[in-house]
Design a protein around this ligand. Structure first.
Ligand code: PFF
Length: 474
């Protein structure tokens, strides 16, 4: 039976939206810098193995849970499990928390897009990337304004609904993103000196694994989860609008492979260029790679630089917005479910408005803090007696709870719930409900019951270790 809340217009529409959710700042910002800082090739191998063994398996489970129940994250867990009923509340807290900083990072991309367009038209941008970024962070008014713009765009898309808002935007946005990414890659790999970057990415080197295996595993695992939009309610929510006749296993494989390809493509767009213009140090420069190192890369390209800069930051902005709408939809669908339960017609525009305003209020604090530049985190510094990355700024504080704890813990508990409480055969039933075959079922079952919980436990410990700077694993 199709659920009564409406479905995606087509399977391709669902895929565009799900890939749109997966492809985001995590791919274009997080993947290249984490790969750069964690040994290049070694990181890549661990990432690919985890995406196949853990990511693919969790993706199938989440889509199936969403489609089986036909409900958003809170309703889905309440319906499917006795012991883990409450898990949906984690699944709604995490996306709201993530959005309070994701929207600010999206806003930085928007601001960089305008800065590069301004430079293209009037040649106004004669600053090194570091100074530019520093100047931007210390202007809280402008950051809050661009965050507002980002959330306003998000509102306009989400209020349109699953088919007419989210699906339509992604069906145009995702191909556009792929084209812009290709343009940037061609430019990046044809720069003199880019070959060193390619070598760093693809020449086998297992040394970093010998030095810190658990460290690389947990960074790659956390990154893979975030990148695939797992354990955040987004995939359950999107799955709840999927038609019963579609093939969940095939769709999951397409989403995982596409997201991984885009992460690799983003690596190709960023790492060779950073090597070519700034050497290995630039490629390993960490989170500032996107906003400082790459801006310097564009500036060093001469007159054509601002054009590439504008195309690149537009690309990152589109990637960010297609992910942000899925995070926002988690809460909007939950509200619609509640209305349906009470027999009331949901007012989608009002619900989207309320969710976006709440996110904007939280995001304003993160934006005003400017990654710690404006001292808004200082009153809380060392408040827990812990010194670590977690204690630097508002963004890290929020990210610690969302990405550091809720996400790996949620995935760990979900795999225990499916593997040991409700049983993987329930997922098989849902996959096969209209005649599709569950290929690789035995592989799925073994991974979900044994490998995923163990991997998630390590990732959880590694994330806590990394965020709190405990250095147990390094
Ligand atoms: N996958 C997105 C990225 O790589 O940027 C982020 C994200 C979106 C995480 C949606 C979780 C989510 F539910």
């Amino acid at each position: 039976m199709e659920n009564s809340r409406g479905n995606w217009g087509s399977n391709i529409g669902f895929l565009m939206a799900a890939v749109g959710s997966a492809v985001g700042l995590g791919n274009i910002w997080g993947f290249p810098y984490k790969m750069g800082a964690n040994g290049g090739f070694a990181f890549l191998i661990i990432y690919l193995a985890l995406a196949f063994i853990v990511g693919f398996v969790v993706m199938i489970s989440e889509i199936a849970i969403g489609r089986k129940t036909g409900k958003g994250v809170i309703g889905a867990y309440q319906e499917i499990s006795k012991k883990f009923k409450w898990l949906g509340f984690l699944g709604i807290a995490a996306p709201m928390l993530i959005m309070t900083f994701y929207s600010v990072l999206g806003a930085y991309c928007l601001e960089y897009l305008f800065l590069n367009l301004g430079d293209l038209a009037f040649g106004t941008l004669n600053m090194a990337g570091g100074d530019l970024f520093g100047a931007m962070l210390t202007k809280p008014g402008a950051c809050i304004f661009f965050t507002f713009m980002f959330m306003a765009i998000c509102f306009l898309i989400v209020k349109g609904g699953i088919k007419d808002g989210i699906e339509k935007f992604n069906t145009v946005g995702m191909p556009a993103l792929a084209i812009m990414l290709l343009i940037t890659i061609i430019r990046s790999v044809s720069l003199p000196g880019a070959a060193e970057g390619l070598k760093f990415m693809f020449a086998p080197n297992f040394e970093p694994l010998k030095e810190n295996f658990i460290g690389v595993l947990s960074v790659a695992g956390g990154q893979m989860f975030f990148s695939l939009s797992l354990a955040m309610g987004a995939i359950i929510t999107y799955g709840s609008y999927l038609s019963k006749k579609e093939d969940i296993v095939k769709n999951s494989a397409i989403i995982v492979v596409s997201d991984t390809c885009v992460a690799l493509m983003a690596g190709l767009a960023v790492i060779p260029a950073a090597f070519a213009l700034g050497g290995e140090g630039a490629a390993m420069s960490g989170p500032k790679l996107l906003f400082i190192t790459l801006q310097d890369v564009f500036s060093a390209m001469g007159n054509i630089g601002p054009l590439f800069g504008a195309v690149f930051y537009l690309l990152v902005f589109i990637a960010a917005i297609t992910s942000a709408i899925s995070l926002t939809e988690v809460a909007v669908t939950t509200y619609a479910d509640r209305c349906e339960k009470k027999g009331v017609t949901p007012n989608r525009i009002k619900a989207t408005g309320v969710v976006c305003v709440l996110i904007f209020l939280g995001a304003s604090v993160v934006a005003a803090d400017g990654l710690g530049s404006n001292g808004m985190w200082v009153p809380f510094q060392n408040s827990l007696g812990i010194v670590g990355a977690f204690n630097d700024c508002w963004l890290d504080f929020v990210d610690f709870f969302a990405e550091g704890i809720i996400m790996p813990l949620g995935a760990l508990l979900m795999s225990l719930m499916v593997g040991w409480e409700i049983g993987t055969d329930k997922i098989k039933e849902e996959v096969e409900v209209e005649g599709n075959k569950f290929h690789f079922y035995t592989f799925y079952k073994i991974c979900l019951r044994f490998i995923v919980p163990i991997a998630m436990a390590f990732i959880l410990l590694g994330q806590i270790d990394g965020f709190l700077g405990l250095e147990i694993f390094s």
